[in-house]
Every structure is written in C-alpha cells, then in structure tokens.
Write a protein of this length. Structure first.
Length: 249
C-alpha cells in the first residue's frame, strides 16, 4: 500500500484518473490525504470492491429496504494465522462494505462509514494458538434502520466459505455465496436476471466481478459521474475497520 500511494500521487500530479486495488493506502488517514490530493488535481479515483458487483445485487427487489443483513465467514484452520498479515482486516473490510452498501439501498451504493449509529464487537482468542482470533462477532446499526452482523470463526470442518443473508420488511429473503454466483432469493418482487453474463465459480467468478467493476468505473468516467466506489467511500470503510480492530485487540 505504501508504494501504491507513492505511485498514485505521481499519477495525480500528471492529472490522471486512477483505479486502485484494496487497500488504497496503509491507513485511513493516508487514504484521506490521497483523496485530498485527488480533489486538488481534479481527478477521479475509484477503488476496487468487486463484491459490490456480486449477482446478489441483481436479485434484490428494486428499491428494497434491507432490514437485516448477516455476513458469516469461516476460515480453514491452516490459514487461521493470516490476520497477522492483514488478511483478516481485509476480509472484515469486505464484509463491512457489503453491509453498508445494502443498508444504503438495493443498488449497492453508499458505504459503511458515517451512517453507523451503533457499533459493538466481541472476540475470542485461543492461547494455545498464539492468541489468534477463533471467533469475532460484530454488530452494527445503520441510520437507515438496517441491523447488520458480521461473524468470523475457524471452520470446524476445515473448509473456507463466506455467505451473506439479507431480509427486508417487504418479505424478501436472500442467501448468497460470496465466492460463487450462487444466490437464492424468496419474494414475489425479487428480480431474476443478471446484469451481465452469468459468472462461473472460483477464480473465473472473481474475474467476472473485476471486469464488471472496471467497466463500471470507465463508464462513470465517460459519463462524468463519480466512481462507483470512490476513495472517500474506501476511507469510511477503512476507518470503521480500524475502529473495530482496536476494539477486538
């Protein structure tokens, strides 16, 4: 991330628009300074958030209010120490960003930043495993009324998976595999057609999401619109992630 900021600043001095990988900087404060430089340069800076283009957003009822959302992540135990290498904060940011997008509206806009009115977290560590996180639970209340829960635990079955559950007062319920295009939705007003080609699972699925977000960023530039996920959106999620990491450590 440090080199990424240096290169981004050099590109901004040349007046270029940018599309950055996650994380856009080593900290929220550094990302915020980069956003200020982008504003001074009159440049648009987008940030990669491929899960914002998951098919689950295609199947939500148009204009639906999501009343409750849960993102549950299970990690294989052989990969349990990757929170020390920033893997855990990155996955936490993924989950928080999804929750914020769903709380803001069915089209996936908005972020998980200043709209959070209540935040709580609890973590359980294992002394036998170097005080690593075994279970982390996060609860968030958004100004929109949406309640969200994010959970991370070590898989007892030894497999890795990430799933999202959402429901709204109109009666719809949704369940999605975040690492595959599998989405199940119940509700008479649910949408059924994807925006693009139906993606395959695994690496091919991620490739499709990356193409979707890149295309959306370029289309926004051509139309003179803000980036689908701006650097300021990223700053908000990074600040929330940092706040939660301080609570659970």
């Amino acid at each position: 991330p440090g080199r990424r900021v240096e290169r981004a600043e050099a590109a901004l001095r040349q007046g270029r628009h940018l599309f950055l990988e996650w994380p856009p900087a080593a900290s929220a404060a550094k990302a915020e300074r980069l956003a200020a430089r982008a504003e001074e340069a009159g440049a648009e800076v987008g940030v990669s958030r491929p899960l914002r283009f998951h098919p689950l957003f295609d199947t939500l009822p148009a204009g639906a209010h999501v009343g409750a959302v849960s993102v549950q992540q299970e990690l294989a135990r052989e990969n349990a120490n990757d929170e020390a290498a920033a893997g855990f904060p990155a996955r936490l940011a993924d989950a928080l960003d999804l929750c914020g997008a769903l709380a803001s509206g069915a089209e996936g806009g908005g972020s998980a930043g200043g709209s959070v009115t209540h935040l709580g977290a609890q973590a359980m560590r294992s002394e036998k495993r170097g005080a690593r996180f075994e279970v982390v639970l996060v609860g968030l209340q958004f100004a929109s009324g949406t309640y969200a829960q994010v959970g991370k635990r070590q898989s007892l079955a030894g497999r890795r998976q990430r799933r999202l559950y959402a429901a709204g007062p109109s009666g719809f319920q949704l369940e999605a595999d975040l690492d595959a295009p599998d989405v199940r939705v119940h509700g008479s007003d649910a949408r059924t057609g994807p925006r693009d080609e139906p993606p395959a699972g695994g690496g091919a699925f991620l490739d499709v999401l990356l193409r979707r977000e890149t295309r959306a960023f370029l289309e926004a530039l051509r139309a003179g619109r803000p980036a689908p996920v701006s650097l300021l959106d990223a700053v908000a999620v990074m600040r929330l992630t940092e706040r939660l990491m301080r609570q659970v450590r």
